[in-house]
Design a binder for this molecule. Structure first.
Ligand code: ADP
Length: 291
């Protein structure tokens, strides 16, 4: 059985002519699933619907076989780290978690053990007595995961968790999510391709509320095979070349520029796509801007 089943979900906000989600159908199994898309693609909307904070305009969805029309049962099943996670800045880390544990009906008897375990899981034991406002961005995100896991959820939903983290913290955070996804479902949204590159096998690409692709990262790269090219162009022709090609990378080497670009076809040499290029190719193809 899939953990998350989304069937023909459309969400239209009031006063918006185009839907934020447009007849979306998607099945997500156990493990880590990366939802990739530009700002405004509809990622947060989907996550808010799955967490029952928003309701779909039409369509249905289930989490572990339970319909979203049963919000209390759904909330018992899921943990959620929203995009702009705000916490109680003046509380101590362990007190804030204890407060949330109480709200989540964790019995007082179990709270100490549960909080100690969570802090250990997210590597924050040393900060148990620190004030929340003293934590770095990365630590705050890890605390966000701890709070999302307080009710031991089957499904963890995290919205753009690496925004604002430095590269080292981003990698550490990704690894943490991978560990958690070994025996549950983690749905992670991001606009940063490298967030899904190393850790998630299954991805979905969302654009204007529509799913452009779903499958493995390798499968996405296969779709762009034969559509990424390399060319060395003299400096004096480089500006014109850039205007007429979809450039994915450029490196200046002495008196020429080494370009990588995406195109439907070219007389230049094809090269193996990176995941980032495969993502660009998919978007460009959808927008009809390729030559
Ligand atoms: P993402 O998370 O991928 O950046 P969102 O789900 O936040 O995308 O937004 C998708 C679209 O829905 C955007 O056009 C956005 O402006 C619109 N939108 C999101 N939330 C609201 C809201 N509460 N009211 C009106 N429009 C909204």
């Amino acid at each position: 059985m899939s953990s998350i089943q989304i069937s023909d979900v459309t969400k239209t906000y009031r006063k918006k002519p185009t839907p934020a989600l447009d007849h979306l159908t998607l099945e997500i199994g156990n493990g880590m699933f990366g939802l990739l898309g530009k700002n405004g693609a509809g990622k947060s909307t989907l996550m808010k619907i799955l967490t029952t904070l928003e309701q779909p305009t039409s369509g249905t969805a289930e989490i572990c076989g339970i319909s979203l029309t049963q919000p209390q049962a759904i909330r018992n099943l899921i943990g959620y780290l929203p995009q702009n996670f705000a916490f109680y800045p003046n509380m101590r880390v362990s007190d804030a978690l204890a407060y949330l544990a109480t709200l989540a009906n964790v019995s007082v008897r179990d709270q100490r053990r549960r909080i100690a375990q969570l802090l250990d899981d997210v590597n924050l034991t040393e900060k148990a007595n620190a004030k929340v406002r003293q934590l770095s961005g990365g630590m705050l995100q890890r605390l966000g995961i701890a709070q999302a896991l307080i009710n031991n959820p089957q499904v963890l939903i995290v919205d753009e968790p690496t925004a604002g983290l430095d590269p080292e913290e981003r990698i550490r955070f990704r690894n943490l999510l991978t560990d958690f996804s070994s025996n549950r479902t983690v749905l992670l949204s991001t606009h940063i391709v490298s967030d899904v590159e190393a850790t998630t096998n299954q991805i979905g690409v969302l654009d204007h509320g529509q799913l452009l692709f779903t499958g493995t990262t390798n499968e996405l790269m296969v779709t762009a095979t034969g559509h990424v090219f390399e060319a060395r162009i003299p400096l004096e022709s480089a500006i014109q070349f850039k205007q007429t090609h979809q450039i994915s990378e450029q490196v200046t080497q002495a008196d020429q520029i080494h370009f990588r670009f995406i195109a439907d076809s070219s007389d230049q040499k094809p090269t193996a796509p990176t995941l980032e290029e495969a993502y660009l190719y998919l978007q460009a193809q959808h927008e009809g801007v390729l030559s």
